[in-house]
Design a protein around this ligand. Sequence first.
Ligand code: NI
Length: 146
Amino acid sequence: MALRNIVLEGDPILYKKCRKVEKFDESLSTLIDDMLETMKNSNGVGLAAPQIGILKRVVVINVGDGNIELVNPTIIAFSGEQREGEGCLSCPGQYGVTLRPKFVKVKAQDRFGNEVVYQGQMLKARAFCHEIDHLDGILFKSRIVK
Ligand code: NI
């Protein structure tokens, strides 16, 4: 495992759409392990592959109840609304209140290609939305509401 450098706001890679993962091989496992280590080292609750310069649809999340790995994630259900403060490891020191669903259900694959389903409320729901946005080149700052 290795720490990767986090790409900062302004780098063109953060505004691109990521490619679907087709190969569930050793290099995908290494990528996910490195992302988990990098997220933990930065005290983040989530990290998306483009944030370490990789344009693949891979996300890791840990809101304090264990690591979640999402490959090719899609939001399959959501409900409610929340307006809470949000930040991003790619935008150090910047925070803003975003409008997100209160509950989110996500379908994805694990590192072996098996289908997985997760759901979460409040912080976990925000993390799902925030990180999946990264895969489509969207930063939380464009979701800030007043
Ligand atoms: Ni972020």
